[in-house]
Write a protein of this length. Structure first.
Length: 278
């Protein structure tokens, strides 16, 4: 057995500075993978920059339902948009979860995946979701699993390792996910790591947290979620997670972190390694 680790930077395309920071965290640090927000205006250009500047960076899709506007016409996705045609804010999305039409979600998510394929000229390595919304109900998770199966790509696991939690997700959603997620994963058997860490975030986005993960990592394939980036004028207007991105970037680029990965005999990979060996 061996220890293999995917370090995935979420929010590629959020702003040009965030995308530039993610590329830097790959070229100068330990990030191996990123997921792209395809409903944002700069993402296509940022994907092309990544392919030129960082060709070994894995590229997936960050399925989005709670930021900016959908790619499809608002008339086709009324249950997931507000009166201005924007996606629902996270708190509203959560409150209206039972009113969401899954066929509308799949229409929009498929459009996002197809936009990625058109831009990158390749399938995404995997799917995950902004604010973890693809795990908020059995129907949403099934929709993501069906799309991953259709497009032959991997997924991020819905529950964190080892405690089966979901950082930042309402407790009632976590309780329900603990019941439906294992059943759906058994049904679809998607390409995925053995476990997922979401605790390198906010107050726990520290060197100590990463070093603890490295030192206690068991054999198998695992994913760490992160959010590195540079801060520009646009970021505070569109995200509540701002200056912590530069903190993450500094940690993920530190020589100490790369040395710890080597010392613990961990191989860094991206999701494409999983789909190639499946």
């Amino acid at each position: 057995m061996s220890k293999r680790l995917i370090i995935n930077a979420d929010d590629y395309g959020r702003t040009p500075a965030v995308s530039r920071g993610i590329r830097a965290a790959h070229l100068n640090g330990v990030v191996t993978s990123t997921t792209c927000m395809m409903n944002l205006p700069n993402t296509v250009e940022e994907i092309q920059l990544a392919q030129r500047e960082a060709p070994m960076l894995g590229l997936g899709v960050h399925l989005t339902l709670t930021a900016d506007q959908p790619l499809v016409k608002r008339e086709a996705v009324q249950s997931i948009t507000d009166s201005h045609g924007n996606f629902l804010k996270l708190n509203v999305f959560t409150q209206q979860l039972n009113q969401i039409q899954i066929d509308e979600v799949k229409l929009e998510w498929r459009a996002q995946i197809e936009a990625f394929i058109q831009a990158a000229k390749q399938k995404p390595t995997h799917l995950d979701s902004h604010h973890h919304t693809s795990y908020f109900s059995a129907a949403l998770l099934r929709a993501m699993l069906e799309l991953a199966q259709e497009f032959e790509c991997g997924i991020r696991l819905p529950l964190e390792y080892p405690a089966a939690t979901m950082t930042g997700v309402p407790p009632e959603v976590v309780a329900a996910a603990k019941v439906y997620a294992p059943k759906l994963l058994r049904e679809f058997n998607p390409t995925s790591p053995n476990g997922f860490f979401a605790n390198f975030y906010g107050a726990t986005a520290t060197r100590a947290e990463l070093l603890h993960i490295f030192e206690t990592l068991p054999d198998g394939v695992f994913e760490i979620m992160c959010h590195p980036g540079y801060v520009d004028e646009a970021l505070p207007r569109v995200s509540s997670y701002v200056y912590a991105r530069e903190t993450e970037l500094k940690i993920l680029s530190a020589a100490e972190i790369r040395a710890a990965i080597s010392a613990n005999q961990i191989e860094l990979i991206n999701f494409s390694k999983l789909t190639q060996t499946r």
